[in-house]
Design a protein around this ligand. Structure first.
Ligand SMILES: C[S@@+](CC[C@H](N)C(=O)[O-])C[C@H]1O[C@@H](n2cnc3c(N)ncnc32)[C@H](O)[C@@H]1O
Length: 460
């Protein structure tokens, strides 16, 4: 702890202020980390914020039961302070008397000394309510409808903490060699895909061996399936031109660069519509030693395109993020079900805009970190139907028959769905769904589309 680190009451007051931003102002935890980092600079402050948000629905139910009437909106800082106190009582090993003393004392830095008695009374009488699913009702219903057999396991997994996963930068070091060095520092094991390593205990990434030298990046193991899935047909390809259309902050883009280098090189373009996120990407790529053409533009619009076809396109589409609730528990509070329709519309617009940029015989990998069918198979189905409506033949979702689908491809179709098999997760109608019920991965959806080699080039 630094010399000027906030003491217990100030730290808790800061966490309460941060929680107000999420609960009342609908801001993300990422916004707090970026705009008010001083509120959550201490590891304990981040643990209290993430934990209270993760268990918000249970804590809210318990607090509502104890308050005679809801606190006024202008006292939402006290309301949030009570939730942070209740979180510590219910879910941490902080001694009850310390929780009580420090939380009551936090009323002073919040300039609400009148609330001391209230905070003291509520926390003294605190009783943890029966465990709820800690998700909003609409999300529980949706997941229950889509995952009839294991929705409860899925909800429980969403409330767990995600492991810290690394991707080894194979342009710098071999994964097995890196792991041999790493385990001298901390306990770790290989992840489910060859480039991945999972740490038994999270730590500050900059303290890991080889971090400054760009030997590793922090990336979920499920996310590391994208590059290999997209490039699995690489041997047959000459003049490789790869587009990552929603690239920032560059995790999958950097992995693509590493896989392309392993196959002898090619041209890689990273595109994202956010200038700020492209700037972050630039910094991340520099540490890893990758020089990649970056474009700031809208992937749903073709005005940036120079007319050169791409042999491979990755669409890691903006989505609800519901596969990443372990890392982003604030999504449970902030996501509005109506937003799913907006995501679907944008996902389709991006696919329809990029498809003509794919060379005949090329591959497009559609990917989300969503658990919802609407954003996953639903989008792929609508996209294939839209190709059909435009007067083009479109691919049928061919029967999933294994890892080598080439025998099944119908070259008379504009788009064929290529079956995917990954080491964990489950097959879906068009692709593959990774689930956080395997704690090694976040929830990701992948669908691989191959363009027929016979499709005439309509771009010129
Ligand atoms: C799921 S994130 C991509 C994560 C990234 N592929 C990685 O692995 O690090 C989705 C990205 O899409 C970008 N995005 C959203 N709408 C876009 C659009 N219309 N055109 C291009 N990029 C967009 C967002 O800025 C965000 O960076």
């Amino acid at each position: 702890m630094s010399r000027n680190a906030p003491t217990g009451p100030i730290l808790r007051a800061n966490v309460a202020r941060a929680l107000v931003q999420v609960v009342i102002k609908n801001r993300t935890i990422d916004w707090i980390l970026q705009e008010r980092p001083e509120w959550v600079a201490e590891p304990l402050a981040r643990e209290l914020l993430y934990g209270t948000v993760r268990h918000y629905f249970t804590l809210r139910a318990g607090l509502d039961r104890q308050l005679e009437k809801p606190l006024r909106r202008k006292d939402s800082d006290i309301d949030c302070l009570l939730l942070v106190g209740a979180y510590q009582l219910a879910y941490t090993h902080v001694a009850d008397h310390a929780v009580l003393n420090e939380t009551v004392a936090a009323c002073k830095p919040l300039r609400k000394p009148w609330a001391r008695g209230l905070v003291n009374a509520v926390l003294r009488n605190w009783q943890k309510p029966d465990q709820t699913f800690d998700h909003p009702d609409w999300m529980i219903s949706q997941l229950r409808a889509e995952y009839a057999d294991d929705w409860q396991a899925l909800l429980a997994a969403n409330n767990d903490r995600a492991p810290m996963s690394l991707r080894v930068n194979t342009t710098r070091v071999d994964p097995a060699d890196y792991l041999a060095v790493l385990i001298l520092h901390t306990s770790a094991r290989p992840g489910p895909v060859p480039s991945s390593i999972i740490l038994d205990k999270p730590c500050a990434s900059a303290t890991l061996p080889g971090w400054q030298a760009g030997e590793i990046a922090v990336q979920d193991a499920g996310a590391q399936c994208a590059a290999t899935l997209l490039l699995n047909s690489l041997e047959a390809t000459t003049d490789l031109r790869v587009l990552d259309a929603c690239a920032a902050p560059g995790g999958k883009l950097a992995h693509l660069a590493e896989e392309i280098a392993a196959h002898g090189g090619g041209h890689l373009v990273g595109l994202d519509h956010s200038t700020a996120r492209i700037d972050v990407t630039r910094g991340i790529l520099a540490r890893l030693g990758h020089e990649i053409e970056l474009i700031t533009a809208d992937a749903a619009d073709a005005s940036w395109w120079d007319g050169h076809l791409f042999t491979h396109i990755l669409v890691d589409a903006p989505c609800s993020g519901t596969g990443t609730l372990r890392r982003h528990p604030d999504i449970k509070l902030l996501l509005n079900p109506a937003a799913i329709d907006d995501h679907v519309a944008l996902q389709l617009a991006i696919l329809e805009n990029l498809w003509p940029m794919l060379a005949p015989g090329g591959s497009l990998l559609y990917c989300t970190c969503s658990l919802f069918e609407a954003e996953n198979d639903g989008v792929v189905t609508t996209f294939l139907e839209a190709l059909g409506k435009k007067g083009l033949q479109y691919g049928r979702a061919i029967e999933a028959t294994g890892n080598n689908p080439s025998d099944d491809l119908d070259e008379h179709k504009e788009a064929n769905v290529v079956p995917i098999t990954l080491p964990t997760g489950r097959r879906t109608r068009h692709g593959w769904q990774l689930l956080p019920t395997d704690p090694r991965t976040d929830g990701f959806y992948y669908a691989l589309l191959k363009k027929s080699a016979d499709v005439p080039d309509t771009t010129s």
